[in-house]
Design a protein around this ligand. Structure first.
Ligand SMILES: NC(=O)c1ccc[n+]([C@@H]2O[C@H](COP(=O)([O-])OP(=O)(O)OC[C@H]3O[C@@H](n4cnc5c(N)ncnc54)[C@H](O)[C@@H]3O)[C@@H](O)[C@H]2O)c1
Length: 310
């Protein structure tokens, strides 16, 4: 297996810069961000911003942080940015045609063994590969935001992705320190978002039916199975309590859970009323700037503690 060393990231938004930071922390990799005209300066600035909580918590000194930031090369010319790439990862807008055209445009510019990875959150990898001639090289690499703090990357096998592409991609991500998992089928939501949104659907339904309010729903999660989850996933938990007990609980309860295949009317109402959450300081709950800053700080501190024990 030929190991991946040269990585080009196309797109310098939230995920593009965040993924660049993932690879720049490891001297095994050369990382280049392909950006649009007039945006070069924003890349290092943005990554510098990501570094602030890591410096504050003593993970990196300022000097170490700056050395990592300077390891991220920037390039505006597409051909120049990908000519030596072992792996090109697109982090451009979530638009099917843009992503299809981006990969098709790469083919005359890259080596035949260059892997094309897409960071789409929800779209079909097989459809994204459809305008590419050599489809066995296209793979999904679904990072989670912030990619330099959340360990998981779902490596998604599209219909024609080769085993070599899967293995080289998994190996690269593991060397970069990620928890890279295989998703063997190109299905909406891959593995983790299917479970996350099954939970969100039920949570919204509980609020919509007046069973509990939004803050109570979150407290119930944080103070019960949410505490166990980092150590005990649902499949191990099902074995721990017994498949027989799991079966009898499901026989009694599944029929009562939300199974609407469309978004909740309550969610539609919120959006129609302009109650968009943090963006408008009102969603399922009321927010002000202080509460929003506190929520973001709490999350960042929690992730750093989980990852670095600091
Ligand atoms: N934001 C998240 O939480 C998250 C999580 C996982 C995956 N994703 C996925 O990652 C991708 C990027 O999302 P984002 O949040 O970083 O979006 P973003 O809007 O922050 O960034 C997109 C960037 O791509 C640039 N761009 C667009 N076309 C380009 C091109 N042809 N060449 C170079 N740059 C180009 C834009 O200028 C912009 O900077 C999307 O597919 C998204 O669904 C996002």
């Amino acid at each position: 297996m030929k190991p991946i060393k040269n990585i080009t990231i196309i797109g310098n938004g939230l995920m593009g810069c965040g993924c660049a930071l993932v690879f720049a922390q490891n001297t095994d990799f050369n990382v280049t961000v392909k950006h649009r005209s007039g945006t070069r300066e924003t890349i290092h600035e943005r990554i510098r911003g990501f570094m602030v909580p890591l410096i504050d918590k003593g993970i990196y000194s300022r000097t170490e942080s700056e050395a990592i930031i300077q390891r991220v090369h920037t390039e505006m010319d597409l051909a120049e940015s990908v000519k030596d790439a072992d792996l090109v990862m697109e982090c451009i807008a979530e638009n099917m045609q843009l992503k299809q055209d981006q990969f098709a445009a790469l083919e005359p510019l890259t080596r035949p063994d260059t892997i094309y990875a897409t960071n789409t959150s929800v779209m079909s990898i097989t459809a994204i590969a459809s305008k590419t001639i050599k489809k066995d090289r296209v793979v999904g690499t679904h990072f989670w935001n912030p990619p330099y703090l959340i360990p998981l990357v779902e490596v998604v096998k599209a219909y024609e992705t080769s085993e070599d592409t899967m293995e080289r991609t998994l190996d690269c991500l593991i060397r970069a320190g990620k928890k890279a998992i295989r998703c063997n089928k190109d299905v909406p939501g891959f593995v983790a978002n299917r479970m996350q949104h099954a939970l969100w659907r039920e949570a919204i339904s509980i609020v919509a039916h007046g069973i509990a309010d939004a803050a109570t729903v979150d407290e119930a999660v944080r103070s019960s199975f949410g505490l166990r989850l980092p150590a005990l996933g649902p499949m191990e938990n099902a074995d721990m309590v017994g498949t027989d007990l799991t079966l009898s609980i499901h026989e009694y309860m599944l029929q009562h859970l939300e199974n609407d295949p469309t978004p909740s009317p309550l969610l539609h109402e919120k959006v129609a009323a302009g109650e968009l959450g943090f963006k408008t300081q009102k969603g399922f709950q009321e927010w002000d700037e202080e509460k929003i800053a506190e929520s973001r700080r709490k999350l960042s501190e929690h992730l750093i503690k989980m990852l670095y024990d600091k």
